[in-house]
Design a protein around this ligand. Structure first.
Ligand SMILES: *Cc1c(COP(=O)(O)O)cnc(C)c1O
Length: 380
């Protein structure tokens, strides 16, 4: 029987504690019983976001929280900066454009990171810029942005800093308050080890000031309504009750380890993956700016990248991700976020070796990638 392994940048595997929580009978949400659960979820999210700001829980995928980050703080004809270093940066521009917000786009080549000085320059040229939209980990390229430096720049202006931390939260460092991130959005199915269906958004005092003047149309994602309910430990609409119960289990697991430990675990998983890739003679897509969330690798010349991913999945049960948009067929991505252990990485690398070998890429010794990963895991 084929056994399945999931190493994609969302969804990610579920710990048994989360699966168990998801199987519990449903309860009603307008009850003191659920209020206790919601209170725990709010403070748990503040721990993971490293913030004292409110973190709202939306019943949507991560993109819903991104839309909330646009409609709650802006008005039509406002101007913002969007950083496009891949598919998810482009999504900020698309959402803003859908609401007639003008975007000054900073385009960055796929696989590279934005130079924070370029953001500073644009903010200097246009004092009317209301917000800077960035991405913590650009999942399409595997690259992490220097949010800390960007925060240092944006904090001294009237603009708010908005960070898409959908794939990075709970996997790599993000200090929401210390780094001056005004609005941080995330989702449930990445580092937080849950099924898809929850969006999260934190809001700073500086962002609430913009929220008061915002005129973009909104209803379901109106954070003004969410705030009124939050203050009474309630939600404006029916929350995703079952997922919030499971969220508390997931955060309990993270707290038990401690955030620092969780981050260093991800570093180790990522390092082992990168060493394995190099040992196979393959090239990292971004050797300078990789993240510890997902490793993007160039498909070697002569190999059909889409077939590689498909064979790993359909023949051997190991699901990794291919390239998106302009990198379709040219990249494959192994995610190592959330509930991933040493032997998930070993399995994925072993499968990669096997399929590459079968497809005719043989410029490595079978087992070389596995051995390189083992060497990393053997280090204390
Ligand atoms: C997955 C992801 C998204 C999209 O989230 P959905 O939950 O699919 O809506 C947005 N940004 C980044 C960086 C992501 O990794």
């Amino acid at each position: 029987m084929k056994k399945n392994y999931l190493l994609t940048p969302g969804p990610t595997p579920l710990p048994p504690e989360v699966c168990e929580a998801l199987s519990r009978p449903i309860i009603h949400h307008r009850t003191p019983q659920f209020q206790e659960i919601l209170k725990e979820a709010h403070s748990g999210l503040q721990y993971v976001f490293q913030t004292k700001n409110e973190v709202f829980i939306l019943a949507s995928s991560g993109t819903g929280a991104m839309e909330a980050a646009v409609v709650n703080f802006l008005s039509a004809d406002d101007t913002v900066i969007t950083v496009e270093a891949g598919k998810f940066g482009e999504r900020w521009t698309e959402i803003c454009s859908a609401y007639r917000v003008n975007c000054e786009v900073i385009k960055v080549a796929w696989g590279k990171t934005v130079d924070p000085k370029d953001i500073a320059e644009k903010l200097r040229q246009n004092k009317k810029i209301k917000a800077v939209f960035t991405t913590l980990c650009e999942t399409s390229t595997g690259v992490a942005e220097d949010i800390k430096s960007i925060g240092e720049i944006v904090k001294d202006t009237d603009a708010i800093l908005v960070v898409d931390a959908i794939s990075g939260l709970g996997a790599i460092e993000l200090k929401t308050d210390e780094w001056h991130c005004d609005v941080v959005v995330s989702g449930s199915q990445k580092g937080l080890m849950l099924p898809p269906g929850l969006g999260f958004i934190s809001v700073s005092a500086k962002a609430w000031k913009l929220q008061k003047d915002s005129k973009l149309p909104k209803y379901y994602f109106d954070l003004g309504e969410a705030k009124k309910a939050y203050d009474k430990t309630d939600t404006p609409w029916t929350p995703a009750i079952g997922l919030i119960i499971a969220l508390n289990e997931a955060i309990r697991l993270i707290k038990k380890e401690g955030l620092e430990q969780v981050f260093s675990w991800h570093r180790k998983m990522a390092q082992a993956t990168r060493e394995a890739i190099k040992a196979l003679g393959l090239e990292l897509f971004s050797p300078q700016a990789y993240s510890d969330v997902v490793t993007a690798v160039k498909v070697p010349v002569g190999i059909d990248g889409e077939k590689l991913v498909k064979t790993m999945r359909d023949t051997y049960g190991v699901t990794i991700a291919g390239g998106q948009s302009e990198m379709k067929g040219k990249l494959f991505r192994i995610a190592h976020m959330g509930y991933i252990g040493e032997f998930d990485i070993i399995t994925a690398i072993a499968c990669l070796e096997k399929v590459l070998y079968e497809m005719g890429y043989k410029s490595f010794q079978l087992g070389a990638g596995v051995s390189a990963a083992q060497q990393v895991f053997a280090q204390k």
